[in-house]
Ligand binder design. Sequence first.
Ligand code: ZN
Length: 450
Amino acid sequence: MGLTERFREAVTIKTDWPAGAATGDEEAEGPLIRFQEFLAREYPLFHKAAERQVLDPYAVVYRWPGQQSADQRSGKKPVLFLAHYDVVPAEAGRWTTGPFDAELRDGYVYGRGTLDMKGSLIALMEAAELLCGRGFRPREDIWFAFGGDEERSGVLGALRMAAWFEEQGVRFAWLLDEGPVIGEGHIEGLKSPAAFFGIEEKGFLSLDLTVKQHPGHASRPPDVQAAAVLAKALIRLSKRPFPRRLTPTVESFFTHLAPFIPGFRGWILRHSRLLGPLFFRAVKKNPLFAAMFKTTLAMTQLEGSAADNVLPSEVKAVVNLRLLPPRTREEAVAFVRETINDKRVEIAVHGLGTEAVSANPEQARFGGSGWADLTAALESTESGCPVFPFLMTATTDSRHYKDLTEAIFRFSPLRLNPRELAAIHGHDERVSLENLDRAARFYGALLSRL
Ligand SMILES: [Zn+2]
């Protein structure tokens, strides 16, 4: 069985989480355990070389021991690779193939999770297995930590594993998690494919905005209705966005991008500071960029009464914020409260939020642990491909490890055009065999440098 067949089998293991299932649900956890066993069965050489720790269905950790024995430690820290094997559910009716059939068509494998992120995970395992077959041993320890609930919160997987590393006293020089890709055709004017390394990550916060009133018959509504109070609050929020600013990472991104963009557009990118508001207006047309300048607020849920003739006892809106570093959750709540400026609207934190994770200053300048190894590995698979530091606007499992490592990189070594990228969490998610091979070569080059 080759890479393609092993990968297709990985995709058929249905690791989406059924709606409403609770932790401990055997039917829901079964596929997660099957995936862990699949890895052990299909990658025997790696499993002989590395020590495996299964913490639970959501967490499996590997230590690939380095040549340095415990008594002659070089003082260098190990490197950690993160991945997740759970996937989001798929609306089967909207796909042109079964989302878990792993159909092979025109050089692509179709299936939920092919891009996010079983493709990268399997490519990493393939590379490790190949190196073990050649008798390779890393200089320092290499760790893998694979989670089974990234798409829900990472609390059972990543958070648990991070606590486990903390207990073991293991610290990392840098870690690599999923993230931006090698983009093709995402930025107007940029002719060549380019790699984006996510070195910074936005925070995540949802808020419940609730307005209460006396319930009753819809034939006798009060003068001031809860829904109108809530609506006013939402309009105030939409009229007062969070302030725009350039983080060092985003500024570095535009500075490095500018020479690749011809003409006036490139000139604008080069003069972000000088142009100020003009710069923001010019670049925000690209939705990829628009979210990089500010904390965003998305109105995601609205709730009122259950019947058309019943006054609600409360109306509620949920807003989801993505916090631009270094803005904290606390500051964001204060900003929302100040904007709404209405005591009738109760504001409460909804679920678990996470703080933004800033890049370390060296990273924004293309330096520090990891850059040299990552860029060399990229050069060996995508010769001449430029690399840009990037702000990750979505969350990844890596945020749970931020206190354990000197540097975090979020990058998926797949070359994707906007259409392929749009299929992540969408319909007809697919990965080309060319990309699978590219990813395996990237990880091989990277691992063999460690
Ligand atoms: Zn993912």
